[in-house]
Design a protein around this ligand. Structure first.
Ligand code: TPP
Ligand code: MG
Length: 692
């Protein structure tokens, strides 16, 4: 493919295009205006303008089977500009994914199938939750990578674009998507990775909320994307200002012929076209057009201005035929698939496991608490060792780091680099692009099949936070490996020392934040992550930590319950010390110190408060009985969240300031993370209980 603008491609409508298609687009535009008008709020303009582009994709380009929205070989459609959700809902309704005209009428209402922004897992056909601009396009890059890696597992020898598993990832993205930094990071990776299965339509409408694009966006987007290594095509508007469907069609055909690069189709459009007063203005971005303007738009479209939610039966019957076409494609594919299944019994089993996301626990029987207590080891190193074991068992397990693989211990030994020249490698080099890494991980999980992990320093989880939140919102099985988890990392100083991060991450609903105390807790945590299939973050130490002798103390399997009794004194406990991660060893030393003074102290290791909260009341009581209100929590981070566990009479040993540049042991001492101070806190709690 050349880099020439698509003007050089001759505009041509799809061979099966009919006047009915033009009519269907007219109604789609009016439906967008009506739905927002009825809801009272929403984003009509872009959905009106982009109706032809989305229609062209769903009805004439994408390989999909609306009867089976999870078909493994389907082309994916990502609406990165999630505010324009009606763009997607209307096409899902048209194509027969289960949405009805009534669903469009209840747009943005409580409990409807058509929430304000598309939500994954809520509406059939929605491939990812979008709304935070930039995420969708970055998710799509992850999906395109996953498609390649998956092909490597299932059909590695097929020539390019001949495998039954090959498919395209289509994206509609807006100015905001391309302004957000995460899309730049992800697009850079897509270019480097030569993801020719990725086709992005960029809606260059020159409008964002505050007005004309020149207020904030003046760069040469084409040049930028060419510099990333993309194939860039441009499609101007038709003479009347609407989307030039023929030119867009030609560009899409050309994009699919490209074998080396992802394609960006810069599509000129006029927001809210053909609304007479509001088209081309930012006013039409995020507010209902108003009754009069909606009526005037209908007149411009040749529709009855008095009637809302119009859709003649013949038009609906026409658009629903896409399902029949999908069924034909699907049955041909099924035949090929069955032949593949017959010829590939082992890969067939792998695919079944990947699709079900269920791992036979027996497969993971070698992931046990088998680290020796005779040698200290950092939890990051223990995680790296466990990753090797898992990799040997699960070929679908892959991942990498944002340039810190050696520090995060995220390399898969012998896994090979994931690169265009080694397209099926298992090690991803995300580069120093944490935000994109998170978004790509989400995209990989959304694509389905494979299992992804990605690492950086815990302090830089801040750069990934939007993606951790979305992983939690969508309940995606991604694993964040965040090492260097406290002041314990030492000399790099306060910029690198997480202090508020445990609390901040625990604040995200549905994200399991796991801070293992020793190597064996790491192994069990990994096993639990793999079987739980939910978003998880592993917070790991840089420094070596003792490995508890499990024949003397509580079993590491306790990790699966979130918190458990690691050490129980011979007599009824006078108090409980609850700790996480590297501070558990300090808690153990404090318990010993206490026993020399006649205090019987229980030590609870609490690696994952989310998992603990999911346990039965009975279990939680057995670990933290109401009767024992003498409690201390020990975590080298802010106190937020611990009051709930230690109670009114408990004491919290925390760090309420940023760290400093010094050795880890010095810092622990300086900031009071010592057995002596833990005991002092315990005595404070004891005094408080006595004084009550
Ligand atoms: C990360 C993020 N920041 C801000 C917003 C709020 N917002 C929604 S749409 C939008 C910009 C609209 O411009 P554009 O992306 O060009 O979309 P268009 O109006 O052209 O459809 C903004 C700032 C958001 N959704 N996500
Ligand atoms: Mg715009």
């Amino acid at each position: 493919m050349s880099d020439e603008p698509a003007a050089a491609l001759s505009p041509q409508l799809p061979t099966q295009w009919s006047p009915m298609d033009d009519r269907a687009i007219i109604y789609a535009r009016a439906l967008a205006a009506d739905a927002v008008q009825r809801a009272g709020n929403g984003h009509p303009g872009t959905a009106m303008a982009l109706a032809p582009a989305a229609y062209l994709l769903f009805q004439h380009h994408m390989r999909h089977d609306p009867r089976d929205p999870r078909w493994i070989a389907r082309d994916r459609f990502i609406l990165s500009c999630g505010h324009s959700s009606l763009t997607l809902y209307t096409q899902l309704f048209y194509a027969g994914y289960g949405l009805t005209l009534d669903d469009l009428k209840s747009f943005r209402r409580m409990g409807s199938q058509t929430p304000g922004h598309p939500e994954y897992g809520h509406t059939a056909g929605v491939e990812t939750t979008t709304g935070p601009l930039g995420q969708g396009i970055a998710n799509a890059v992850g999906m395109a990578m996953a498609a390649r890696f998956q092909r490597g597992l299932l059909d590695p020898d097929a020539a390019a674009n001949t495998s039954i598993f090959d498919h395209y990832i289509y994206v509609l993205a807006s100015d905001g998507d391309l302004q957000e930094g995460v899309s730049a990071e992800a697009s850079s990776i897509a270019g480097l990775q030569k993801l020719h299965n990725l086709i992005v339509i960029y809606d260059d409408n020159e409008i964002t909320i505050e007005g004309d694009i020149s207020l904030a966006f003046r760069e040469d987007v084409d040049a930028r994307y060419r510099a990333y290594g993309w194939n860039v095509l441009t499609v101007g508007t038709a003479s009347d200002g609407s989307v030039d469907i023929g030119a867009l069609h030609a560009a899409l055909v050309a994009a699919r012929q490209e074998r080396e690069r992802p394609t960006l189709i810069r599509l000129k459009s006029v927001i809210a076209w053909p609304a007479p007063k509001l088209r081309g203005t930012s006013k039409s971005h995020g507010a209902a057009l108003g009754k009069e303007e909606v009526a005037a738009t209908k007149v411009a479209l040749g529709l009855n201005p008095e009637e809302d939610f119009q859709l003649p039966d013949d038009v609906l019957a026409h658009v629903r035929k896409v399902s029949e076409r999908g069924a034909i494609v699907r049955s041909a594919w099924d035949e090929n698939f069955n032949a593949w299944r017959a010829a590939n019994p082992e890969r067939r089993e792998l695919l079944a496991r990947m699709e079900s996301r269920k791992i036979d626990p027996a497969l993971l029987s070698s992931i046990t608490a088998d680290f020796s207590h005779e040698k200290e080891i950092s939890t990051r190193k223990a995680s790296g060792d466990t990753i090797q074991k898992i990799s040997a068992i699960l070929p679908e397990f892959w991942g990498g780091s944002a340039d810190l693989a050696e520090s995060n211990n995220t390399t898969i030994e012998g896994g090979g680099d994931f690169l265009p020249e080694s397209p099926y490698g298992r090690i991803i080099h995300f580069g120093i692009r944490e935000h994109a890494m998170g978004s790509l991980m989400n995209g990989i999980a959304l694509h389905g099949g494979t299992r992804i992990f990605g690492g950086t320093f815990l302090v830089f989880s801040d750069y990934m936070r939007p993606t951790a939140r979305l992983a939690a919102l969508m309940q995606l099985p991604v694993t964040f490996v965040w090492s260097h988890d406290s002041i314990g990392l030492g000399e790099d100083g306060p910029t690198h020392q997480p202090v508020e991060h445990c609390a901040a991450l625990r604040a995200i609903p549905g994200l399991a934040v796991i801070r293992p105390a020793d190597a064996n807790e790491v192994a069990i945590a990994w096993r639990q992550i793999l079987t739980s299939n939910r978003p998880a973050a592993l917070l790991l130490s840089r420094q070596n930590l003792p490995v508890f002798n499990r024949s003397e103390y509580g079993a590491a399997e306790g990790v699966t319950r979130g918190a458990y009794i690691l050490y129980e004194p011979a007599a009824t406990p006078d108090g409980i010390i609850i700790a996480t991660g590297s501070e558990v060893a300090i808690a153990m030393a404090a318990a010993q110190l206490g026993s020399a003074e006649g205090l019987n102290l229980r030590v609870v290791s609490a690696p994952c408060l989310e998992w603990f909260n999911e346990q039965s009341e009975e279990y939680r009581q057995s670990v933290l009985p109401k009767e024992i209100s003498v409690r201390v929590s020990v975590e080298a981070g802010i106190a937020m969240g611990w009051r709930e566990l230690v109670g009114d009479h408990g004491s919290i040993l925390s760090l309420e300031r940023f760290g400093a540049s010094a050795s880890g042991p010095e810092l622990f001492k300086e900031f009071g993370f010592t057995a002596e101070n833990v005991l002092a806190h315990l005595k404070k709690s004891l005094a408080s209980v006595k004084g009550k």
